[in-house]
Structure formats: structure tokens, C-alpha cells
Design a protein around this ligand. Structure first.
Ligand SMILES: *[C@@H]1O[C@H](CO)[C@@H](O)[C@H](O)[C@H]1NC(C)=O
Ligand SMILES: *[C@@H]1O[C@H](CO)[C@@H](O)[C@H](O)[C@H]1NC(C)=O
Ligand SMILES: *[C@@H]1O[C@H](CO)[C@@H](O)[C@H](O)[C@H]1NC(C)=O
Ligand SMILES: *[C@@H]1O[C@H](CO)[C@@H](O)[C@H](O)[C@H]1NC(C)=O
Ligand SMILES: *[C@@H]1O[C@H](CO)[C@@H](O)[C@H](O)[C@H]1NC(C)=O
Ligand SMILES: *[C@@H]1O[C@H](CO)[C@@H](O)[C@H](O)[C@H]1NC(C)=O
Ligand SMILES: *[C@@H]1O[C@H](CO)[C@@H](O)[C@H](O)[C@H]1NC(C)=O
Ligand SMILES: *[C@@H]1O[C@H](CO)[C@@H](O)[C@H](O)[C@H]1NC(C)=O
Length: 690
């Protein structure tokens, strides 16, 4: 590695090529204000900078190849340098020293190792490391900046605790835009009870990740499918940490604490607009705020008020609860009686409670877990620790249950301790009903039998024995029970079907068509069947083997959509169901083909009527009004009522299709964009649509 300092000093230029930058500083060199180290692949830069409108100088690391200086790490966070005499060097004992005016040290590392040839190197990951230049194992770092993070978490960084050394890697926000010294917003692992990630503002717990359930944190159940990053939470006898990596290495993404907003934000770099795009934010909604609903409360964003008591609980102070003061929380509606035995009720789709008073075992099963919880009178809830592979492990909670959040679709089950009477109430109610019904039926049968006998004896008196009486008893004794039994089974079956229907809808998968089926339906995409040409490819009319008419959109190969994105989009559209939205029937992903299959709309699109001299007479004013209302209803559903909030971004007459009764249906979601269910505002950086 040649010595090259990025300065204007001309005599140095003679010894090197002007375009190369160095990533390593040896004992003989030093880095002064104005010089920088650049990582091998040019991703990151180390040097002196002044944040915001401040005149102070700090030593830091920032992205090298983007125009907007984005600092990811600061060395002397609390000790700014007030002039440009800062000088960085590495001592023979491996200590990094940041000096001012040749003498005063404003920052140094605590390392004192015996190394022959310590060097300081800026890695491609943005990690500044000290290593032995003679060591053949380049991964043996004597010191690394990733162990002392500032406010930014980069891919490959571990946020957590090394249980062997006690090293606690935690993020702390900048005080403000001009001052990188640590604010009171921090993010790190908390070990008490069972480890989880916690965002704190001062001493207040602000946001918890929830338990790690093997697939993700229970507080963010659907994060796994995001297109940007993979993540993991490692918890063994040596360390506990959270880590993430990028799915596509050429996408830049960072995770940063923001003191002024008291949030944790994730940004990704948008190369087109040359700006950072906000990807996600935590806490993202009302119910993410830790402990909002008090002990034993259940927070549900879709309810008003959001705070409810858990099943089997009631507000501790009704008046305060009614006036939206939830801090006192809820208590059991029926007192527990541990000695004579309590029961559990299941609540589904939740973020697991605060783990401060919890205990886990990675191998127990759910039955053992229940028994464990039942044995200890202060155990209030239990569930599987891991949700993967049908559920395993055990987590139990002692005392009040704090910070439970209710989700709509994902989330874990939780079994809550309630009095035996409460747990059995539903069962008992059923049994009671059965007993009452049984008694009533028996009484009725008895009564009818008596009637029959009376009739029989009367007829006997009249000497008429060949008609009636036997039939009557037969009817009462045989027919009625049979009728009753069949009715009961029908009702039962119906209940069963209802449940199955619901489950099916929950994780509805879309029909996947074979390419050959579609080719056949559209007559090999013949020109005669072509309905039109959209921005993303031609649309054909087709008829399936069973006679069903379909519209087939064949996305052009140049639309540049990856398989993953395509699948995502298809799943997204499949979840939308409204009578003013065109329905997606299925898709096809064979042989590089990306094909969407929609229901066929006999009257095609609105533009064919509005802009046609003859056909526009079909549209009477009442018809037009009806169409407008339909479009509005469809939009309202997209914007407000669907599970995923969606902005269509390309609404025009050619994207409004009409069915045989001229009912409008919005189509073409190629440009649509989804938002968090709670997000009310967002910025877009690209001009799209018409
Ligand atoms: C910079 O700080 C040093 C002490 O840390 C002080 O002696 C010096 O006067 C300051 N210089 C300026 C320009 O404020
Ligand atoms: C800083 O120290 C070096 C040698 O250690 C010396 O040559 C130089 O003159 C000093 N500069 C100042 C401003 O004291
Ligand atoms: C060095 O150790 C001191 C005291 O243990 C600590 O305050 C300081 O933050 C450490 N410095 C670094 C760079 O780790
Ligand atoms: C905090 O977030 C807001 C809004 O996203 C942004 O304008 C601001 O620059 C951020 N502050 C810091 C210090 O990143
Ligand atoms: C990764 O992202 C870059 C830039 O966005 C893109 O050009 C490339 O195709 C992506 N690679 C993969 C494997 O998705
Ligand atoms: C609280 O609200 C509930 C339900 O709205 C009502 O039944 C109850 O009387 C209220 N209690 C008090 C003390 O305001
Ligand atoms: C977890 O449960 C298993 C099976 O019940 C038991 O063998 C093991 O000792 C438990 N581990 C801990 C840490 O309690
Ligand atoms: C129940 O669990 C709590 C919390 O772990 C513990 O303090 C208490 O001793 C346990 N009680 C019994 C009877 O085991």
C-alpha cells in the first residue's frame, strides 16, 4: 500500500497516482484535517467534518459515493475540535489517538495490546478496524468501530451484548442535527427476563421489539418478506445481538435513530432522485408505544378507543378508564384461585407482553409449558417461544402483562390465566344449553306419546284399529329424533364449514395457471384476441376450458420486474376484494413469462364510451353518476378500508373497466403503491402515471 495523502501537497503527488485513495494508516502516517481514508471499494470515507451549521470538527465515517454527506459514525462525539488542527494517528501499542494542536488528546481507544505493526484500516463495510499488519488472519481485529456504534446501524453490525466481555453495543441518537453527542434516545438489547430489543427515551421504555420467535420479532410479524434486508437475532451463551444484511448488496440501506422525532428510521438510497427514502419507522403506530394501555390492557389500532382489557379482565378504575386514562390498566373480572385450580383462555394474533418478568425454555413443548405456568401462582400467561415448524419452546410471564398489541392478520397466540370459572364459562354455557334442549325435547316426546296413547284408546273405543295410533307412536318415537339429529348435524356441519372458509381466506393463495392453459385459452395470444395494449404489455381475451371468460395481461419482458417483486405484487392484488375493483383470478410464472389473469369485462373500459361519438349516448346522466359513485367506492376501499392502504397513482378512464351491467371496476395496479395500515402521509420522489 503506497503512502498517499489526499492533500494538495504537490511533492507527494510525485510518489503516487493521483486517482488512488488509501484505506490504511500505518504507524508512520497520520491523518490531518482535510485528508481522508477511503475504503477499498470506495463505499465509505473517513475524515474530519463539521455537522450541520456547526463549526466544530469531528472525526467520522460517511458514505463516499453519494453527494449528500451522510455520517454513519463519529469518533469524538462528546469532544469536538474547535479548529482544524485535528490529527489522527495510531500508536505502537495499537491505540488510536486523536489529537489537537499536537498535544491534547480529544479521543483515544482503550486498547493496549502487544502488536508489532498495528495498522488502521477502513473496510468496505464502513467498519474502521485496528489489526496487526503482520497477522496473516485479517479478521483478527484488535479494535473495531462497529463495537462502538453511534446513531447508525450498518449491515453486518451487531447491536447487542457480548456476554463474555460485557461489551454493550448500543445505538444512541445525535442530540440534534448540529451536535453528534449522544442524546437520550438509545436502542439496544435488554437482558432482564428474556432478551429483546428496546428503544428507550431516557429511562422510559419507548418501543419493544417483542420476543424473538424464531422467524422474527413478535412485534413486527410480517417484516420477514421485505425486499431490502434479512435479519437475525442471535442468543447463545456467548452473545445476544441483532444483526441484518442486505438482500441486494448494491442497494444502500441504513438504520438510524432520530432524536427530534423519537423514532428509529430505516432509509434506503434512491439513486434516481439522489436522496434517502424513508423505508420504515418505529414506533410506527399508536399501539407500538410501549405500555400505553397499562397492565393487562390490549392495544388494537382498529378499535376506538384503542385500549381494551384482555379477555377475562375488566378496568381497574372504571371512571379513569372511561376518561381514557389507561395507566391503571385492568384486573381479572373473576378473582383467581390458584389452589383450587385456574384455567387459560387463548387470545390470537398478538405481540407478546413485555419480557422483563418472563422465563423461557427453548425445548419444552406447549403442554409442559402450560403445566409449568399452572404450577406457579404468579404465572399469568404462556405460549410457544418459537412459531416455526408448528411451534416449540416455552415462554411464561409472571405478574401483570404489559404492552400487548393486537394484530389483524399475523401475530402469535397467547394463553392467559383466568379463573377456572371464566375459562369454563363458554364450555359450561354449551353444556347447559345441551341439557336444557335435551330436557325440553324429552318432555315434548313424552307429551306427544301421551297424546298418542289417548288418541289410540279413543279410537279403540270407536273400534277403529287400522289407522293412526301406531303411526302416531312411530312418528313420535322414530321420526322426530331422526329429524332432530339430522338438523343438529346440518348446523354442526355449517359451523365447521364457516370456520374452514375463514381459514382458507386467511392465507388465500392465488391460482397458478400453466402457461399452456393460457396459451390455449387465448389461441396462442392471437392478434384477434388482443383487447388492448397497456403500459406494461398487451392484454388478451381468453376462454378457459370450462367456458369462463378471462382477460390475460402478458407483462412485457422489458418491464424489468424481478420474480420476487412480481410475486409480491400479485399477492398484494389478490388480497384486494371489492366489487368496484377488477378481480385477479390467477397468474403464471413459467418460462420467463409474467402473466396476470383477470375476470373478463364485457363492456371493456370507460374511455371507449366517453370518447366515442355514438356510444357515449349509452351513458345517461344517472348512469354516469352511478359509475362515478362506484369509482369513488373503489377508491375509498383502496385508501381506507383495505388491509393494505394503496394509492393507485394511475387512475384514468382506460383503467376503469365496465362489466355487463356497466358497473365500474378499477384495474391496473402496476403503478400502485402500498403504505402501512396506519400511515396517513408519505412523500414520493418519482413522477409516475398519467
Ligand atoms: C479551542 O479550545 C481550546 C481548549 O480546548 C482553547 O484553548 C482555544 O482557545 C479554543 N480556540 C478557539 C478558536 O475557540
Ligand atoms: C507537531 O509535532 C511535530 C513532531 O511531533 C513537530 O514537527 C511539529 O512542529 C509540531 N507542530 C506544532 C504546531 O506544534
Ligand atoms: C475508554 O474507557 C473509558 C473508561 O473506561 C470510557 O469512558 C471510554 O468511553 C472508553 N473509550 C472508548 C473509545 O471506548
Ligand atoms: C429526523 O427525521 C426527520 C423527519 O423524517 C428529518 O427531517 C430529520 O432530518 C431527522 N433528523 C435527523 C437528525 O436525522
Ligand atoms: C440489485 O440492485 C441493483 C440496483 O438497484 C439492480 O440493478 C440489480 O439488478 C439488483 N440485483 C438483484 C440480484 O436483484
Ligand atoms: C364507563 O363506560 C361504560 C361503557 O360505556 C358504562 O357502562 C359505565 O357506566 C361507565 N362507568 C363510569 C363510572 O363512567
Ligand atoms: C428446559 O426443559 C427441558 C425439558 O423439560 C429440560 O430438560 C431443561 O433442563 C430445561 N432447561 C432449562 C434451562 O430450564
Ligand atoms: C413463581 O415465579 C416467581 C417468578 O419467577 C418466583 O419469584 C416465585 O418464587 C415462584 N413461586 C413458586 C411457588 O415457585
Amino acid at each position: 500500500m503506497g503512502f498517499y495523502f489526499y492533500t494538495a501537497c504537490c511533492f507527494l503527488v510525485i510518489f503516487s497516482q493521483a486517482s488512488t485513495a488509501i484505506d490504511t494508516l500505518s504507524q508512520l502516517d497520520s491523518l490531518t484535517d482535510g485528508m481522508t481514508l477511503v475504503s477499498g471499494d470506495g463505499s465509505f470515507q473517513l475524515g474530519f467534518f463539521s455537522p450541520g451549521s456547526s463549526k466544530n470538527r469531528y472525526l467520522g465515517i460517511w458514505y463516499n459515493n453519494i453527494p449528500m454527506q451522510t455520517v454513519v459514525w463519529v469518533a469524538n462525539r462528546v469532544n469536538p475540535i474547535n479548529d482544524s488542527t485535528g490529527l489522527l494517528k495510531i500508536q505502537s501499542n495499537g491505540k488510536i489517538l486523536l489529537q489537537v494542536q499536537n498535544t491534547t488528546a480529544v479521543w483515544c481507544t482503550n486498547l493496549t495490546a502487544r502488536v508489532e505493526n498495528p495498522v488502521l484500516q477502513l473496510l468496505d463495510s464502513g467498519n474502521l478496524v485496528v489489526r496487526d499488519g503482520k497477522d496473516s488472519e485479517p479478521e483478527n481485529y484488535l479494535w473495531q468501530s462497529f463495537d462502538y456504534p453511534s446513531d447508525t446501524m450498518l449491515p453486518g453490525m451487531k447491536i447487542g451484548i457480548d456476554l463474555r466481555t460485557g461489551l454493550h453495543r448500543r445505538l444512541a441518537a445525535w442530540k440534534n442535527w448540529d451536535d453528534p453527542s449522544p442524546g437520550d434516545l438509545t436502542y439496544g438489547v435488554e437482558l432482564e427476563g428474556t432478551p429483546e430489543m428496546v428503544l428507550r427515551k431516557g429511562s422510559e421504555k419507548f418501543y419493544r421489539s417483542g420476543l424473538w420467535n424464531g422467524d422474527g420479532f413478535s412485534g413486527t410479524p410480517n417484516l420477514r418478506s421485505n425486499p431490502i434486508f434479512d435479519y437475525d437475532f442471535v442468543w447463545n451463551e456467548n452473545e445476544v445481538y441483532y444483526i441484518y444484511s442486505l438482500k441486494n448488496k448494491s442497494v444502500m440501506s441504513r438504520f438510524v435513530l432520530n432524536q427530534t422525532q423519537s423514532v428509529r428510521q430505516r432509509y434506503t438510497w434512491n439513486p434516481e432522485t439522489q436522496t434517502w427514502k424513508l423505508f420504515s419507522i418505529m414506533p410506527s403506530d399508536y399501539c407500538d408505544r410501549s405500555g400505553l394501555c397499562g397492565p393487562n390492557g390490549d392495544c388494537d389500532n382498529n378499535k376506538l378507543p384503542a385500549c381494551q382489557c384482555l379477555k377475562g379482565f375488566r378496568p381497574k378504575w372504571l371512571e379513569r378508564w372511561n376518561s381514557s386514562d389507561w395507566s391503571d390498566g385492568c384486573i381479572h373480572s373473576k378473582p383467581l384461585n390458584c389452589k383450587s385450580g385456574d384455567g387459560f383462555i387463548r387470545i390470537g394474533k398478538v405481540k407478546t407482553p413485555d419480557t422483563t418478568n418472563s422465563w423461557v425454555n427453548k425445548t419444552m413443548n406447549l403442554k409442559e409449558c402450560r403445566a409449568k405456568c399452572l404450577r406457579n401462582c404468579s404465572c399469568m400467561a404462556y405460549t410457544n417461544l418459537y412459531v416455526t415448524r408448528g411451534g416449540s419452546g416455552c415462554a411464561v410471564w409472571y405478574g401483570d402483562l404489559l404492552d400487548i398489541k393486537q394484530f389483524q392478520s399475523d401475530g402469535q397466540d397467547l394463553y392467559i390465566r383466568v379463573s377456572a370459572s371464566e375459562a369454563e364459562r363458554k364450555k359450561k354455557a354449551k353444556v347447559k344449553l345441551a341439557i336444557i334442549l335435551g330436557t325440553v325435547i324429552a318432555a315434548l316426546l313424552g307429551f306427544l306419546l301421551i297424546v298418542c296413547y289417548i288418541l289410540r284408546s279413543r279410537r279403540k273405543l270407536k273400534g277403529n284399529t287400522n289407522y293412526g295410533p301406531h303411526k302416531c307412536t312411530n312418528f313420535v318415537l322414530l321420526q322426530i329424533p331422526v329429524i332432530l339429529l339430522t338438523r343438529t348435524y346440518e348446523v354442526k356441519d355449517k359451523n365447521l364449514n364457516d370456520r374452514e372458509d375463514k381459514d382458507e381466506n386467511e392465507d388465500m393463495e392465488l391460482a397458478v395457471f400453466e402457461f399452456d392453459t393460457i396459451a390455449q385459452a387465448t389461441d396462442s395470444f392471437s392478434f384477434n384476441n388482443k383487447l388492448g395494449q397497456g403500459g406494461f404489455g398487451p392484454v388478451y381475451k381468453g376462454t378457459l376450458g370450462n367456458g369462463q371468460e378471462i382477460a390475460v395481461k402478458r407483462l412485457s419482458k422489458s418491464s424489468g420486474q424481478g420474480l420476487h417483486e412480481f410475486k409480491n405484487e400479485v399477492k398484494l392484488i389478490a388480497k384486494l376484494q371489492h366489487r368496484n375493483l377488477v378481480r385477479l383470478l390467477g397468474c403464471c410464472m413459467q418460462r420467463d413469462e409474467r402473466i396476470l389473469v383477470y375476470e373478463y369485462m364485457p363492456n371493456r373500459s370507460l374511455d371507449l364510451f366517453i370518447f366515442d361519438q355514438t356510444r357515449h349516448t349509452v351513458l345517461t346522466w344517472s348512469k354516469r353518476f352511478q359509475i362515478i359513485c362506484g369509482i369513488a367506492r373503489g377508491l375509498l376501499y383502496l385508501h381506507q378500508d383495505s388491509r393494505l392502504r394503496i394509492i393507485h397513482r394511475d387512475l384514468k378512464t382506460s383503467n376503469v373497466l365496465l362489466d355487463s351491467e356497466m358497473n365500474p371496476k378499477i384495474s391496473d395496479f402496476g403503478m400502485a403503491r402500498t403504505f402501512g395500515g396506519d400511515q396517513a402521509e408519505a412523500n414520493t420522489n418519482r413522477v409516475v402515471g398519467t
